[in-house]
Design a protein around this ligand. Sequence first.
Ligand SMILES: [Ca+2]
Length: 234
Amino acid sequence: MSYRNKLLSLAEVIMVIMRTSKASLLTLVFCCAWCFSSHASLVYVYDFPGTPGSGLASAQTNPQPGNATFGDWSRVNLVLVPTSDVFDNTAWNNTANFDSTQYASFTITANAGWHLNLSLLTFDEVRSAGGPTKGRVELFLNGSSTAYDTFDYNPTPSVQNKSFNFAPTTDADNVTSAEFRFYGWNGGDPLGAMSFDNVATTVDIVPEANMLVPILLLLGCVMVEARRRCQISD
Ligand SMILES: [Ca+2]
């Protein structure tokens, strides 16, 4: 349900409550519960279904969240490996030097009037024999060319789950777009591969306007109406 529709629904419920009782306290509790319940984190997962595993957002098992769009995966200076159910790539930089021009990535874009409070990225990784032995994930915010945070790890020959515990973004950061880039280098074979799966982003998608403003306006209306009815009954 959209934020606007939630507000309209809330107003209707308040009117019903006021018609049927003097339950101002109940109304207050309901408003607070609604406010907090509409403000929860969700987890969006890329699981790359098909052969080769698809990086298209429309192909993922879970649907898009409301009020933000997870994008299609990109390969920048990488070559697809047609493995099933993972995002597999070869032609990684084979030297000992990190190369910022070669990566796999995806973006998240908030709808107008919303922003992203990001808190965690987890993912499965595995490399083939000769694949990269150095891995890095960088998070870029609001189109900046400077990484907000960086996670280094050593890609493994069997599947492991990794956690990128960056500093969570807050309302004050006003993040409206984000990009995660996955790098690899220092392999022993130019045909070596590295793949990703179950790339899970934890995010709270928040309306930019202060949530309390419309709630307080509604509560104000409730109290004014309650006082008016009291005066009429006196
Ligand atoms: Ca998968």
